[in-house]
Design a protein around this ligand. Sequence first.
Ligand SMILES: Cc1cc2nc3c(=O)[nH]c(=O)nc-3n(C[C@H](O)[C@H](O)[C@H](O)COP(=O)(O)OP(=O)(O)OC[C@H]3O[C@@H](n4cnc5c(N)ncnc54)[C@H](O)[C@@H]3O)c2cc1C
Length: 446
Amino acid sequence: MKSRAEGHAVVLGAGPAGLFAARVLADVYGRVTVVERDDPADEQRRGVPQSGHAHDFLARGYQIAEELFPGVGDEMVADGAHPADVARDVRWVIGGHPLVKSESGLSTVISSRPFRERHLRARAEALPQVTLLGGRDVAGLSFAGDGSVVDGVLLGPDGSEKLAADLVVDATGRGSRTPVWLEEQGHGRVEEEKLKVDVGYATRFVRAPADAFGGDVCINIVATPDSPRGGSCQRVEGDRAVVTLYGVLGDHPPTDAEGFNAFAKSLAAPDIYEILQAAESLTDARRYRFPASLRRRYERMDSFPGGLLPIGDAVCSLNPRYGQGMAFAAMQAMALREHLLQDGQKPDGRESDAAAYFRRLTEQVVDPVWTMTQLSDLSFPGVQGERTPETLQALELVGRTQIAATLDGPLTLSCLRVFGLLDPPTALMDPAIQERVQETLSRLPA
Ligand SMILES: Cc1cc2nc3c(=O)[nH]c(=O)nc-3n(C[C@H](O)[C@H](O)[C@H](O)COP(=O)(O)OP(=O)(O)OC[C@H]3O[C@@H](n4cnc5c(N)ncnc54)[C@H](O)[C@@H]3O)c2cc1C
């Protein structure tokens, strides 16, 4: 039986999920090939139209990036990114009120998304096991025998070139064609869950005097049901700032300069508008529309081939409002690593036991994060979805906790740990935390 060290893993897509996956696969497989349709060096890749918009890198994502690529944060900072403590250097505004600032020890690095990806890619490519094939389109999967095993991928516009693989990891993002390829092969169609949120983004790069930020590196004005428009203004590499505005349920920011500024002015706090007033514009605004969060329930399929594992947005694409996608991809890569190290190969040496992988992925990563974002989305009355008595109770609790967090440092930290995917949302239900919420709110004037 061929050992994994003699084997070849192929990763489809060189986005964050593909890069993190390549890194964990390189610990196990002798050869890892990442196939990417775009030219990876292109700063505005067609395959990731969202990459021109502000991208938070949540604390959990940064932590995993440092674990997988030690020192990558320092490399980014040396190259012009801004280091940040998420509670001290990021101004969070919820319902018009800033969260309490403090030193949290929870770190991240603020940069544009292409910059961050470039650094992660350089580290992945530097691994001796990893080869990146840029400008190559994956046209399909190669199935062996009766179709129960994937033994490679088909490249080129007509899929005529086969790249053999012992394991294929699909990280081609939300537009992944795995559902179609599986159906064509007789495995049935994967069930999809969607939650319509219709978020619209508009983003402009500007140059603003450093003192316009009041010492902060990032300002996040979070949309809430009472004030359903939000924005993020981040100091990024190249002495620039990226300003992203968003609105939900069809209330989208305009891209003309006047409309963009007016939308910024309408947010629950003036902070971003004031920076725009002091800033020089570097680009026109570009837009992005995100219709619905999407979850593919691979774990429920009765038939799934060996040798294939999807990851990242290909499995679950979350409402971008919460800035979770890259951290979520990193967490999924850690579940992939545990799967490879702990769940073992199939008895015939073929990769891999997909059911065990999906169980791990679902329980450890996707279920908790999906539940949390769904809950936040359902706090907006216009979002269609079932609101059970438990949902309403949880919404009430989270709403009260967030209000209290604008008044109390320890509660701010508890909330930021949950927003940063370091703690599950259930952490906020801890009786000691809820006692503190109660006590904090009781000090408010009636
Ligand atoms: C407007 C917006 C704002 C966002 N803001 C944030 C944020 O603040 N923080 C955050 O963490 N996340 C954010 N996200 C989410 C984040 O962008 C995604 O979750 C993340 O990119 C998912 O990574 P991925 O690697 O799974 O997929 P992708 O980044 O989509 O990468 C998929 C890759 O596969 C390649 N590919 C596709 N098809 C093929 C093929 N057939 N052959 C070869 N290659 C192929 C593509 O070119 C691409 O490089 C935001 C998303 C949007 C839409």
